[in-house]
Design a protein around this ligand. Structure first.
Ligand SMILES: Nc1ncnc2c1ncn2[C@@H]1O[C@H](COP(=O)(O)OP(=O)(O)O)[C@@H](O)[C@H]1O
Ligand SMILES: [Mg+2]
Length: 469
């Protein structure tokens, strides 16, 4: 890159120098021509003062020839032109044989403005000439003086060495400066890439100095930010991997327990050691119960994995909560009766835009918990209300309550305050983590308050319309 910057810099410099030389050459040529012409015109006005116009053409010619010395140039040529363009006298040619000069550029300018000049190739003298003309102040004649003219070419031998020296000096100085400039630009970039190569693994450790150019600081900052993002991302992936691993080992452990029981009961039945019919029936019931537990666990695992698959399609509809609640309460009747728990429900006729299965899962888990972790004669109060754009669900019980140190853990997967009791009730420890997942899917909130031996209250708030969180 340094070489490319240097190369381009020199190219630009050469182009600038060339353009500069051309402009200088053209404007110097113009200036030179104008000053030469001015001095010719000055000579002409002196000649004008010296000439005696009242003489014949012959006499005028003689005067002109005499005056040629005045111009101090051998090759100069003096011409006197009448107002109609005919030549009255010429120091170098026969006046009578010359064309009408009215259309000559310098003559035309002199007639219009009093003086004029131009360069042109002279057929008569066979070389480039500078013609300067001015109107006489003593007659209607135009005086014209012509001298050979080579323009700037004359000065080239003098100018050339100076041009070369200044060219080389400019080149030398700019090579030094552009090398420094290229270095100051490429050095930080090299530093950045060196720094990046040094870091292996922990990209959060990347650190760059402040550089002179803000653009390079932007690159450094962006790289640091990106590396931090990559680090966060990798950490998140690592954490998710850990959570997943934990989940799988917990899940397989949870599945192993009922399988071991089932195997045990089945082996006992198979061995023929159990003869008592009553006992056989009890074993069969236990096997069935364990199988039910397994089904519950597998259903919960499936539910969690469906909730976690972010790209899985979720179908929404207007769910009438009171109807859903009635269904749930119907299905919970046997459990409530068995646990001797009384359920009060107070539900406004609300409909919410949601997935019916998820809503059912949410309510069912909260209410089942309130019934399960209760005591005989206990009560459960369910209240569902509309609050602004949201639906407010309160599930309160006066059951066993949750110890304070477990309050923020109950939403963890597989966490149970009393594992034995939960298992006996067919719990998996996944219910509240499913509830929490659903609530956050709808961008709602869940709160819990509880007092040991007094009861618990779960309050869920969900937006009624999607996108109204
Ligand atoms: N209403 C409640 N009263 C007392 N304890 C509760 C209540 N709800 C949940 N818990 C406690 O939180 C734990 C986790 O609940 P949950 O995730 O639903 O799992 P489980 O399958 O055990 O019901 C339960 O095991 C229980 O100890
Ligand atoms: Mg539960």
């Amino acid at each position: 890159m340094r070489r490319a910057v240097l190369g381009r810099f020199i190219l630009v410099l050469l182009a600038a120098l060339c353009i500069n030389s051309v402009i200088f050459y053209v404007s110097a040529s113009h200036l030179l021509m104008r000053t030469t012409a001015q001095s010719l015109i000055y000579t002409l006005s002196s000649i004008d003062n010296l000439l005696d116009y009242d003489q014949s053409d012959q006499e005028l010619l003689r005067q002109t020839e005499n005056l040629e010395d005045f111009t101090q140039r051998d090759e100069s040529r003096l011409t006197l032109i009448r107002g109609d363009g005919t030549v009255a006298a010429d120091s170098d040619a026969e006046a009578g044989e010359m064309d009408n000069h009215l259309q000559r550029e310098e003559v035309r300018q002199a007639l219009e403005t009093g003086e004029g000049y131009t360069t042109r190739f002279s057929e008569t003298l066979g070389q480039d000439m500078l013609y300067a003309a001015c109107r006489s102040r003593h007659s209607d004649m135009i005086l014209r003086l012509a001298v050979p003219y080579y323009g700037m070419q004359e000065f080239l031998p003098v100018l050339f060495p100076a041009v070369i020296v200044s060219f080389l000096a400019a080149l030398g100085i700019s090579v030094i400066f552009s090398r420094r400039f290229a270095y100051s630009v490429t050095k930080p970039l090299q530093d950045i890439s060196k720094e990046m190569l040094k870091v292996r693994g922990d990209y959060g450790e990347l650190h760059f100095d402040r550089y002179k150019y803000p653009e390079i600081n932007v690159i450094a900052d962006t790289t640091m930010k990106m590396s931090r993002n990559v680090k966060d991302y990798l950490n998140r992936i690592e954490k998710e991997k850990q959570i997943r691993q934990e989940f799988f080992s917990n899940a397989s452990h949870e599945l192993k327990t009922p399988i071991t029981s089932i195997q045990g009961y089945a082996e006992l039945l198979e061995s023929g050691m159990i003869v008592d019919e009553e006992m056989k029936a009890d074993f069969a019931r236990r096997i069935k119960k364990e199988a039910e537990n397994m089904t519950g666990l597998i259903n919960d695992i499936l539910m969690i994995s469906r909730l976690e698959a972010k790209d899985a399609e979720v179908v929404f509809s207007q769910v009438r909560i009171s109807v859903l609640l009635d269904d749930i309460l119907d299905s919970l009747k046997p459990l409530a009766a068995q646990s001797q728990v009384f359920i009060h429900s107070d539900c406004q006729p609300i409909s919410i835009e949601a997935n019916p299965q998820q809503m059912k899962e949410l309510l069912n888990n909260l209410i089942t918990n309130a019934v399960k972790y209760n005591r005989p004669g206990g009560q459960v109060w369910i209240q569902i209300r509309e609050k602004g754009d949201a639906m407010l669900i309160r599930v309160r019980d006066n059951g066993m309550g949750i110890p304070e140190d477990s309050l923020d853990r109950i939403f963890e997967r597989f966490y149970r305050v009393d594992k034995g009791r939960s298992r006996k009730q067919g719990g998996t420890g996944l219910g509240l983590s499913i509830v929490k997942h659903i609530v956050s899917f709808y961008q709602g909130t869940i709160r819990v308050s509880s007092e040991l031996d007094k009861g618990s209250e779960f309050v869920v708030e969900l937006p009624l319309q999607r996108g109204h969180a």
